[in-house]
Design a binder for this molecule. Structure first.
Ligand code: HEC
Ligand code: HEC
Ligand code: HEC
Ligand code: HEC
Ligand code: HEC
Length: 320
């Protein structure tokens, strides 16, 4: 079987049988293949899907990563459309990257022109010459973890998240930055069992996570309802991904009124209405019938066409 065919067969199997089941099955095979003389060592397996290269031994991390957009950076629908199926060469490098530590943290990574479907591979972040970058050196582990302080630094998210998507210009103005809280402190929270950090998904598709993004309070007079929102992320809210929107929905009897905050589309020459880092903003809705109860819902929509009743409800308040 050609490698490409093997990979797609594997992917189909993984999708059908759930990643966990498949990687449990691979566990034994992985152990054998690393001890076999001449076998490709784990840190050179960037041509193999992450679940094959690392997943057999790192089951929990791989399960988390598989659900994240890092794993779907080449395949998710938004990115396929925006890049015209990656026919735009300038869009490829970060969505299928070679190890970023090899090119250096000031540069965008090199394009990995094989195994594209694996998106941001384990080795895109962990790959170093003779082992894997880690928080400590473990002499006898089969993947040769080596202490690499750069991996733990906030700068390790920079090569992909700054050059075209400008996460840092915003982050450097935030209270989180001044207090020394890193991207990973929010996006890779410590696991409940205290062993390591979660690899995702901690972004705009995770409702519990998005709830942490804003704080809100409400008040009403006979004439208006006031909503006070504060951005608790380390960047603008909604964050970088252009399809996300924060929608305030006002209901009074049959009347509906909306305020929508989202990143302007390319070519749309309007000021960016999103909340800047740590900003507190007061938004007001006029009441037309003081006797009718009024309700405000704070909604987060992952996609522009998400209907209101399928949006994430971050808060709701009523004068009733
Ligand atoms: C054959 C099994 C095996 C494979 C394959 C493997 N690892 Fe490991 N890995 C281990 C073991 C065992 C440890 C040590 C765990 C310990 O001592 O707590 C380890 C440790 C690590 C650590 C350090 C963990 C810590 O506690 O700080 C990192 C990072 C890591 N592996 C990444 C990877 C990556 C990335 C891949 C794929 C390229 C990979 N590993 C493939 C078995 C494996
Ligand atoms: C320097 C690295 C880099 C390059 C080059 C790059 N991207 Fe991205 N892209 C990212 C990162 C990081 C994200 C996730 C955060 C974000 O949306 O800003 C992302 C996310 C996206 C998303 C959102 C996907 C989703 O899940 O909704 C789209 C769409 C996208 N990129 C399109 C493009 C297009 C089109 C190009 C080429 C013009 C491109 N990217 C080039 C790094 C890059
Ligand atoms: C976006 C970059 C990135 C990707 C992709 C990534 N990691 Fe990590 N990983 C990190 C960082 C950063 C840490 C260190 C967190 C800390 O200790 O502060 C880490 C820590 C780890 C550890 C140490 C123990 C733990 O649970 O925290 C292991 C093991 C590991 N990664 C394995 C993997 C495997 C396997 C994959 C692919 C399925 C993967 N990583 C993908 C950035 C990444
Ligand atoms: C090698 C490139 C690369 C590096 C390094 C990298 N990212 Fe990403 N990241 C991406 C790309 C590409 C996407 C967008 C995937 C998509 O939606 O198409 C992304 C998406 C994300 C998302 C959305 C995830 C989700 O599941 O909703 C978060 C959050 C994120 N990155 C945080 C981080 C953090 C924190 C770091 C540093 C520890 C980091 N990234 C390092 C390339 C990278
Ligand atoms: C104080 C916590 C915090 C810090 C620090 C932080 N973020 Fe976020 N970030 C969030 C929250 C909460 C969201 C979810 C709301 C949203 O999607 O806008 C988010 C959203 C995102 C998204 C969009 C994810 C998606 O799927 O919509 C990306 C990409 C991202 N952050 C990257 C970064 C990077 C890179 C850094 C460091 C430069 C960083 N973040 C620092 C809390 C934080």
């Amino acid at each position: 079987m050609a490698p490409q065919a093997a990979i797609s067969t594997f992917r189909a199997a993984a999708a059908a049988a759930s990643v966990l089941g498949v990687i449990a099955g691979l566990l034994a095979a992985q152990g054998e293949s690393t001890s076999r003389p001449g076998a490709v060592p784990p840190w050179k397996r960037i041509g193999e899907p992450s679940v094959v290269a690392c997943g057999g031994c790192h089951i929990e991390v791989t399960r988390e990563w598989s659900a994240s957009l890092h794993a779907k950076a080449w395949t998710n629908q938004n990115v396929r459309v925006a890049t015209k199926d990656f026919s735009m060469p300038g869009c490829r490098a970060c969505h299928s990257p070679m190890p970023m530590l090899a090119t250096g943290l000031e540069e965008r990574p090199a394009f990995r022109d094989y195994n594209h479907e694996d998106g941001v591979h384990c080795l895109s972040c962990h790959g170093i010459d003779n082992g894997v970058a880690a928080a400590r050196t473990i002499e006898d582990a089969p993947c040769r973890p080596r202490l690499e302080p750069k991996l733990l630094d906030v700068a390790s998210c920079y090569p992909c998240h700054q050059p075209t998507h400008q996460a840092y210009d915003e982050y450097y103005t935030s209270k989180a930055f001044r207090e020394g809280r890193k991207c990973a402190d929010c996006h890779m929270p410590a696991r409940a069992d205290g062993k390591g950090r979660s690899h995702g998904p901690h972004g705009g598709l995770n409702r519990e996570f998005v709830r942490k993004a804003v704080e809100a309070s409400f008040s009403a007079t006979a004439d208006e309802v006031k909503v006070t929102v504060t951005n608790r992320t380390g960047h603008k809210f909604p964050g970088e991904i252009p399809s996300r929107s924060f929608v305030l929905r006002f209901e009074e009897g049959e009347r509906r009124e909306y305020i929508s905050l989202r990143r302007p589309n390319k070519g749309e020459s309007i000021p960016d209405p999103r909340l800047t880092p740590d900003e507190t903003r007061v938004l007001t809705f006029r009441r037309t019938a003081a006797t009718a109860p009024a309700t405000v819902r704070l909604l987060f929509k992952p996609f522009p066409l998400t209907p209101d009743d399928e949006a994430m409800e971050l808060a709701v308040w009523s004068t009733k």
